[in-house]
Unconditional design. Structure first.
Length: 147
């Protein structure tokens, strides 16, 4: 199931990198994404900076973006999706819902969300939280979990 968040992020990535996913047979090679060259776009609870959304030599889809999440905000309600996701906190604090419990983490922390597992994020701090999100899909990625 494609969520509104997925559609928004894919639209932003398509606008920023039209060649990255225009040809499904094309494969993204080694790349450098300059933070200052990629404008932040308004998003729920803050902003998002899309780096890529493309096929690679080993992944059906690699999507990378950075989120700036305002204090007291959440990017979206807790949810689940088939792709696996890695969040790397750069600045600020986050609370992460994983395995049914909320955990508070600081800069340098890493959050892994497994396929089809309920997860969520929120910023409990008084400053914006900035984190990188890396999503991937392979031929082994299952379909959405039954509800």
């Amino acid at each position: 199931m494609i969520t509104r968040r997925d559609m928004l992020l894919n639209s932003i990535a398509c606008a920023a990198f039209p060649g990255a996913i225009a040809d499904p047979a094309s494969v993204m090679g080694s790349s450098v994404f300059d933070w200052n060259a990629i404008p932040a776009k308004p998003a729920s609870g803050g902003s998002v900076r899309p780096f890529c959304n493309a096929r690679t030599a080993t992944l059906d889809e690699l999507e990378i973006h950075a989120t700036t999440l305002d204090p007291g905000k959440s990017p979206h309600p807790p949810h689940r999706h088939p792709n696996e996701e890695l969040v790397i906190l750069w600045k600020g604090e986050l609370e992460a819902l994983e395995n049914g419990a909320w955990s508070r983490v600081g800069p340098g922390s890493v959050i892994f969300s497994a396929s089809n597992q309920l997860h969520g994020l929120r910023n409990p701090g008084s400053e914006p939280a900035v984190y990188h999100v890396i999503n991937w899909k392979t031929s082994e990625t299952p379909g959405p979990a039954a509800k």
